[in-house]
Design a protein around this ligand. Structure first.
Ligand code: PLP
Length: 393
């Protein structure tokens, strides 16, 4: 029985809740054998039955069933027409900026992932694409930097690492008014807590290295296009030309991670809430940046556009000595870059994730030598707090 045509159609599972969608994906099971876990199609190429007849697959740079299952699953979860899986979050963002033409202008969140600064500054500037960084939590400020040639708004919310929140709906409206598209990097909350495309954005991107895969074991990126076939086709041409698509095994790891997205996100959310409140009360902690505090500047926007606060917290301690002491004394918590995985990780953004962010911007934002970022993992919250307590002592 050869029924490859079963691969063509997939069920968008509109009637299911997100907790079920993450488990059942697009095809869910493999149609030919019924394998419950989508197999890893570790093949470079596909045999054709005869001239002019195809199974729907030709070469794994173009299409691969394992990657396709991931891409379709993400299109379902984000609510878009088409998903793309990349070899990293950086590769996904490279594809986004490649939509721009020389002479175009892009507006970005001022407090953005360090690697995105590098893409736009070091690479796209020389292709004649200009940019402006602005505090996207301030709509008036965003309006004030719009130019005649503004073609894209690139939004990260919450931002990394200052936890600023942008109103996705309002920014998408502004963008539409001037004929620009809105792109949201949804890495921090995942579609389980925030759905940018439903709020008006045109494209959503992820470093699926983080919450989507969730186990600190794979580098990968995702991009989902809402409804614009032309944009989807441009991204398709980009990925097949750059060859920046995700490998079958890595696609399978991300798919496997997504199956537990809902339980993981809920636990990250609960743990971070406890840890953030504990930090707030500590005498050596001067400031805690966390979107779940009612005192957070954009708490109302957060409540409006998300269903959870996520697992990320940044904080400033009383001195650089204290910061160094924490990084040295922590036991359970690991001093390592990255976020969104099972293990609690702490980073020192000043010289790690944001090393290449211009110094003036870092100073303005508050990324200094007393500043730390915590990705709260899935351990017992008491153990995370105990570890922080002894490290701060
Ligand atoms: C990590 C990260 C990226 C880059 O993703 P990689 O998978 O490391 O290439 C982009 N945006 C955000 C918000 C990130 O946290």
């Amino acid at each position: 029985m050869k029924n490859f045509s079963n691969y063509k159609d997939f069920d968008r599972k509109e009637n299911l809740h997100d907790d079920s969608k993450v488990v059942h994906g697009a095809l869910g099971t493999e149609p030919l054998t019924g394998a419950v876990s989508m197999p890893i199609f570790q093949t470079a190429t596909f045999r054709h039955p005869e001239l002019g007849v195809s199974t729907g697959y030709a070469y794994s740079r173009l299409e691969n069933p394992t990657r396709q299952e991931l891409e379709r699953t993400m299109a379902i979860l984000e609510g878009g027409i088409r998903g793309f899986a990349f070899s990293s979050g950086q590769a996904a963002n490279m594809a986004v900026f490649s939509l721009l033409n020389p002479g175009d202008h892009v507006i970005l969140s001022d407090d953005i992932y360090g690697g995105t600064f590098r893409i736009i500054g070091d690479i796209f500037e020389k292709y004649g694409i200009s940019h402006t960084y602005v505090d996207m939590s301030d709509l008036e400020a965003v309006k004030s930097v719009i130019q005649k040639n503004t073609k894209m708004f690139f939004v990260e919310t919450p931002t990394n690492p200052m936890m600023k929140v942008a109103d996705i709906h309002e920014i998408s409206k502004l963008a539409k008014d001037v004929g620009a598209i809105t792109v949201v990097d949804n890495t921090f909350l995942s579609p389980y807590f925030q759905k940018p495309l439903q709020l008006g954005a045109d494209i959503v991107t992820h470093s699926s290295t983080k919450y989507l895969s969730g186990h600190n074991d794979v580098i990968s990126g995702i991009l989902v296009v809402k409804d614009n076939e032309k944009i989807a086709e441009q991204i398709h041409i980009h990925i097949k030309s750059h060859g920046s698509q995700l490998a079958p095994f890595d696609s399978w790891l991300v798919l496997r991670g997504i199956k537990t997205l809902s339980v993981r996100m809920n636990r990250h959310n609960e743990n971070a809430y406890k840890v953030a409140n504990w930090l707030l009360a500590h005498t050596k902690v001067k400031k805690v940046y966390y979107v779940g505090f009612p005192s957070h500047k954009s708490y109302e926007v957060t409540k409006k556009q998300t269903t959870g606060f996520g697992g990320m917290i940044s904080f400033t301690v009383n001195s650089n000595e204290t910061a160094k002491q924490i990084l040295k004394k922590i036991n359970l918590i690991m001093f390592a870059e990255s976020l969104g995985g099972t293990e609690t990780l702490i980073t020192y953004p000043n010289t790690q994730t944001h090393e290449d962010t211009p110094k003036a911007i870092k100073e303005k934002l508050g990324i200094n030598d007393c500043f730390l970022r915590l990705s709260v993992g899935l351990e017992n919250a008491e153990d995370i707090i105990d570890d922080l307590e002894q490290a701060l002592d």
